[in-house]
Each structure stands twice: as structure tokens, then as C-alpha cells.
Design a protein around this ligand. Structure first.
Ligand SMILES: Nc1nc2c(ncn2[C@@H]2O[C@H](COP(=O)(O)OP(=O)(O)OP(=O)(O)O)[C@@H](O)[C@H]2O)c(=O)[nH]1
Length: 352
């Protein structure tokens, strides 16, 4: 049985996690998404907001709240039983989204997925860290630092000493995708912050800007990261800068990104593939040079009877034969997803 993917959404109070999840649930394209929310007593209203959301695809049963404070301290007696109950349902969800309270470190939660009862049934599809763009640019990390401090003081299970900057660094270090939210308030400063974060994040981590957390489900979900197998890479707070080839070339063209218009996808039809490995590395090159977020599709391979599936998340490209081609026409058909402004002609040409 395939493991159910779970996406962890982390970020400080007020960064826009609830807004992003709400948008996701409204644009779930038929996916059954269960939501687990971890929040602190009186300060949290997200469960209420999301329960009363009126979204057709989202029944109240699909929203589960953890009320015992910090998720990292209550993993064993609260989180794991909640997950097990969700998985034992007659109709288990297609995808689980977990919203952590703003101060919980994502690492212990990711580690909980290695629990024997969970390991074989669920996997961490990806850790999405939502940042308050203007606050991070200003170096305060949260718009309302007092509210964050109050949230902290309200919970005995939390370490009250760690500076916000370190919690922030841990959230960035654990991320598979960083969302620089509130791009509307950042305006022209968005691109510079995105570029800076690309330098701070681990290699291969996607950094994208958003307004009102409006990102397509196809961009947020289905990353297949398996974060629980990769804990050590996420633990350390890196103070040095990595240099990615593609850091420098994102300048002026990614500014006014609002809502759905900020993304586009298109289909590339191409001839048969001769060598799958060479094709995958070509795809990786195209992804890197055009800042493509996702690419997926199918191809036939010269002389082979099986269909080749290609799945790319950022520069990581998976390819495998999944089934006989059968009646399918030979050739390749790939869907490319990225932020608006993709150079379709160049991408199409490069893939053909
Ligand atoms: N201007 C602007 N405001 C935003 C954006 N995204 C969210 N907000 C607002 O920021 C506030 C916090 O958003 P939430 O989604 O509740 O943030 P959160 O991270 O879930 O915060 P908690 O659940 O309280 O930890 C709300 O008033 C949102 O309406 C954005 O892109 N631009």
C-alpha cells in the first residue's frame, strides 16, 4: 500500500499559514485533504476559521485539532494517536496537512514519522515554511513580535530563551519549500529577499513568493520528499552561504505576483526519448535554467514497450517505467509548472 503523503506547514504566528491552507483547501482539485492543527489554547482560532470555512470538499471531520500545546512535546501522547486514528478511518485521506503552531520546531515532528506505527503508512511529502516577507526583510521575523512572545510565555512546554532568530533559522533549515508570503506588502523588495533565502536554504529547496498564500496545490503537494529519512540534513542551522548557480539571474521579472495569475503551466509535446538518464539530466538542466517549479509527464523510450514516467520537483528528477504503453502514442508529453513569465518557446525547444 502506498504511504499517505503529509505536508507540514510551519512558520511564525501571523506569517500566513492559515491563509495558505485555506487557499489550498479551496483549490484541492478533488483531493481529500485531512488537516491537523496544533495550536495554543486561546490564542489559536485557526481551527474555527478552517472548520467554518464553508468549503465543500472540507468536512468538519477532516479538521483535527491538537490542543495540548507544543507539538514537539506531545508527539507521543497526542500527535501519534491522532495520526493513527486518521489512518484507521474507512476512507483515509489522500493527503494530510499539518499546521504547526508558530513556535514548534518542525524537526521533532518530522522525526515522529519514523515512529514504528506510522513509518509504514505515512511519509512527509514536504515541509513548507511560510515566512512573513516584510518581517523577515526587516529582521524582526514576525509582524507582531509581542504576540509571538505572548504565545511563547503561555506554554510551559516551550523553551522561552531561544531567540526568535534561531527558531527562524531552524524553520528555514527544515524547509523543502519556503514561501515568502505577503509579497503584496514587499513589492519590489520581494525578488531580493527570495534570492537571499535561496542562499540561506539547503540546496534544492524552492523559494517562492506568494500573496495570501495563493499557491497551486500542484506546487505545494506531491513533492515526495520523504523528509523523515533525511533528518540530519535538516537539523543544523547553517550560517554560511551556499552558492547556487541560479541565484543571480532572478531580477526584475518576478515582481507583481498576485493570486492565481502568478503561476502558469503548459504542455510540451516532444519526440520519443532515446536515453532515459540523459533525458532526465536534460530536464534537470532546463528546470534549473528556467526556474521551473514542477515538471511531470510521460514518455516512450525508443525500442521499449513500457511507459516512462518523469516527475521533477525543483532540480530533482525521478524517472521510472510504470506500465506498458498499450495504446498510447509514442512520444513525450510533459506538463511544466512555474511562476508566470516562463519562456515557453525556449523551454519547449530545450525539451525537444
Ligand atoms: N497583506 C497581506 N496580508 C496577509 C497575507 N497573507 C496573510 N495575511 C494576513 O496576515 C494575517 C495572519 O495570517 P494567518 O494566515 O492567520 O497567519 P498564521 O500564520 O496562520 O498565523 P497563526 O495561525 O495566528 O499562527 C491575517 O490577517 C491575514 O489576512 C498576504 O499575503 N498579504
Amino acid at each position: 500500500m502506498a504511504k499517505i503523503p503529509a505536508t507540514i506547514v510551519t512558520g511564525f504566528l501571523g506569517a500566513g499559514k492559515t491563509t495558505l491552507i485555506r487557499h489550498l483547501l479551496q483549490n484541492a482539485d478533488g483531493r481529500r485533504i485531512a488537516l491537523i492543527i496544533n495550536e495554543f489554547g486561546d490564542l489559536g482560532v485557526d481551527g474555527g476559521i478552517l472548520k467554518g470555512c464553508g468549503i465543500e470538499s472540507c468536512s468538519d471531520d477532516d479538521v483535527v485539532e491538537l490542543s495540548n500545546g507544543c507539538i514537539c512535546c506531545t508527539v507521543a501522547d497526542d500527535f501519534i494517536p491522532t495520526m493513527e486514528a486518521l489512518l484507521a478511518r474507512e476512507t483515509p485521506p489522500d493527503h494530510i496537512v499539518i499546521e504547526t503552531s508558530g513556535l514548534a520546531l518542525p524537526q521533532p515532528l518530522v522525526r515522529a514519522f519514523n515512529w514504528p506505527g506510522l513509518k509504514t503508512k505515512v511519509t512527509v511529502d514536504g515541509v513548507v515554511t511560510v515566512l512573513d516577507g516584510p518581517a523577515v526583510a526587516a529582521g524582526t521575523f514576525a509582524t507582531n513580535v509581542e504576540a509571538v512572545d505572548a504565545q511563547r510565555a503561555a506554554d510551559d512546554g516551550l523553551d522561552h530563551e531561544t531567540p526568535l532568530s534561531e527558531l527562524y533559522a531552524d524553520q528555514v533549515a527544515c524547509a523543502d519549500m519556503i514561501v515568502v508570503n505577503k509579497a503584496d506588502l514587499l513589492g519590489n523588495a520581494t525578488a531580493a529577499l527570495v534570492a537571499r533565502l535561496r542562499g540561506e536554504a539547503r540546496g534544492g529547496v524552492q523559494v517562492i513568493s506568494a500573496t495570501q498564500g495563493a499557491l497551486p496545490a500542484d506546487v505545494l503537494l506531491g513533492r515526495g520528499q520523504g523528509a523523515e529519512d533525511d533528518i540530519s540534513a535538516r537539523h543544523e542551522v547553517h550560517h554560511h552561504h551556499h552558492h547556487h548557480d541560479d541565484d543571480e539571474d532572478h531580477d526584475e521579472d518576478h515582481h507583481h505576483e498576485h493570486g492565481h495569475d502568478a503561476f502558469e503551466s503548459f504542455v510540451v509535446d516532444a519526440p520519443e526519448v532515446t536515453d532515459p538518464a540523459a533525458f532526465a539530466s536534460k530536464v534537470a538542466d532546463v528546470i534549473r535554467s528556467h526556474d521551473i517549479l514542477r515538471l511531470k509527464g510521460f514518455a516512450s523510450v525508443e525500442g521499449k514497450p513500457m511507459r516512462l514516467t518523469v516527475q521533477a520537483v525543483g532540480p530533482r528528477v525521478d524517472h521510472y517505467f510504470d506500465r506498458p504503453l498499450g495504446e498510447d502514442a509514442r512520444g513525450s508529453r510533459l506538463v511544466v509548472i512555474g511562476q508566470a513569465g516562463l519562456d515557453r518557446a525556449a523551454i519547449t525547444q530545450a525539451l525537444q
